[in-house]
Write a protein that binds this ligand. Structure first.
Ligand SMILES: [Zn+2]
Length: 157
């Protein structure tokens, strides 16, 4: 078994909505990013890449490459899964925590789990989605942005 860690953060701004695993969790705001700025998808993708020791999202999809302008991050995650599969590994489980002050993730949790499970090719029971705030501290506490942390466990295919 191999474990990987992922982290991502984006500043609020840009075009609504704020996405978490392709699910609109804040329809009134967006985030500044080259892609769609989906922190949950990015953190999970980096965790999966990390577990496989295949580099990071920035290596695969450079932010200065116009191809990734406005990219659907769940499609990028699907590409990451394809690379991991090609390396003889499979995702066994994922745990992701979305960190935000005012964005409410909990009402969308089951949909987010289902979307991640579908792209990862695993059962939703192996996908955990959690949400927390920073108790008013830092850029997240000031409601300037949103972040996500993820761990992924990979096994031999
Ligand atoms: Zn990102």
């Amino acid at each position: 078994m191999r474990v990987g860690l992922g982290f991502d953060a984006h500043r609020f701004g840009g075009v609504p909505p704020v996405l978490a695993a392709g699910v609109a969790v804040d329809a009134g705001r967006g985030v500044e990013a080259t892609s769609d700025g989906d922190v949950a998808a990015h953190a999970v993708a980096d965790a999966v890449l990390g577990a496989a020791a295949l580099g990071d999202l920035g290596d695969l999809f450079p932010s200065d490459d116009p191809r990734w302008q406005g990219a659907d991050s769940m499609e990028l995650l699907a590409e990451v899964v394809a690379r991991v599969t090609a390396a003889g590994l499979r995702v066994a489980s994922v745990d992701v925590t979305v960190i935000a002050e005012r964005v409410r993730v909990a009402p969308h949790r089951e949909v987010i789990r289902a979307r991640l499970a579908e792209v990862l090719g695993i059962d939703a029971s192996a996908v955990s989605v959690k949400a927390t705030s920073t108790d008013g501290l830092g850029f997240i506490g000031r409601d300037e942005g949103i972040a996500a942390l993820a761990v992924a466990l990979l096994a031999e295919a």
